[in-house]
Ligand binder design. Structure first.
Ligand SMILES: CC(C)CC(=O)Nc1cccc(-c2cccc(CN)c2)c1
Length: 232
């Protein structure tokens, strides 16, 4: 998160850190006791290894009361996701066991009504992604508030030039923005997860390249079917 601020500790108890060998790679969030939603492109550099999921954390390194690292039983990238574009950029992770829910570990409801969030709505996004252009990574969860911008503005020739589909939404990226490592985290508007951070043009803090999110509502049926099909 560029030019955000440290989140109030454990006030976003749905936040997950997807890790490989103890390193934060991407964000995610708890959508059910045994399920985390994130972004499919986060698996691009994992060479087929499964993530581990850190829940209940504010600091990535310090001991905290309800912080716990969960193994992943299975990962389900959306079948339409691919490395060439941001389409269907969703990843479902089934934890090895149900997460122990408590004050620091909580499920976040996601939007099921497929209707665009109005432009200028202030939404919030959080993550342990890079905090400046030198790629510095924070130890503590960062957050930032960003206004939604209309798909038409986001698709302008000088911005994302028509690549933003009805299954995506955008927020203004002037100065304050999402960045590397924030992918997979939720865009929360009025307490409901409306979108999942995607890398888009892999540029941060440039108003010409608004932040792009995968809208969740269009994928509610896919999410429900994967959760219902997998055992447990
Ligand atoms: C395996 C993946 C972690 C590789 C990757 O995603 N790289 C990467 C590099 C630069 C910016 C970003 C990035 C992320 C989230 C939002 C945005 C846009 N504000 C950019 C993402």
């Amino acid at each position: 998160i560029l030019r955000g601020s440290e989140a109030r500790p454990h006030l976003k108890p749905y936040m997950a850190s997807l890790q490989l060998d103890g390193q934060h790679v991407c964000g995610g969030f708890l959508i059910a006791e045994q399920w985390v939603l994130s972004a499919a492109h986060c698996t691009e550099e994992t060479d087929g290894k499964l993530f581990q999921v850190l829940l209940g954390a504010h600091s990535l390194t310090e001991p905290e009361p309800h912080k716990r690292l969960y193994r992943v039983r299975a990962q389900f990238p959306h079948p339409g996701s691919n490395i060439h574009n941001n389409k269907d950029d969703l990843l479902l992770l089934q934890l090895e066991e149900k997460a122990e829910l408590n004050s620091d570990v909580r499920v976040l409801p996601f939007q099921r009504e497929d209707r665009d969030v109005a432009a200028d709505t202030e939404c919030e996004v959080a993550g342990w992604g890079t905090i400046d252009h030198s790629g510095r990574r924070p130890d503590k969860l960062q957050q930032v508030q960003r206004p939604v911008i209309s798909r038409d503005v986001c698709n302008h020739r000088t911005r994302h030039d028509g690549t933003v589909t009805r299954n995506m939404m955008c927020t203004d990226s002037r100065r304050k923005d999402t960045c590397k490592g924030d992918s997979g985290g939720p865009l929360v508007c009025d307490g409901v997860a409306e979108g999942v951070v995607t890398a888009g043009s892999r540029v941060c803090g440039n108003y010409k390249k608004p932040a792009i999110y995968t809208r969740i509502a269009p994928y509610a049926a896919w999410i429900d079917s994967v959760m219902a099909s997998a055992d447990g």
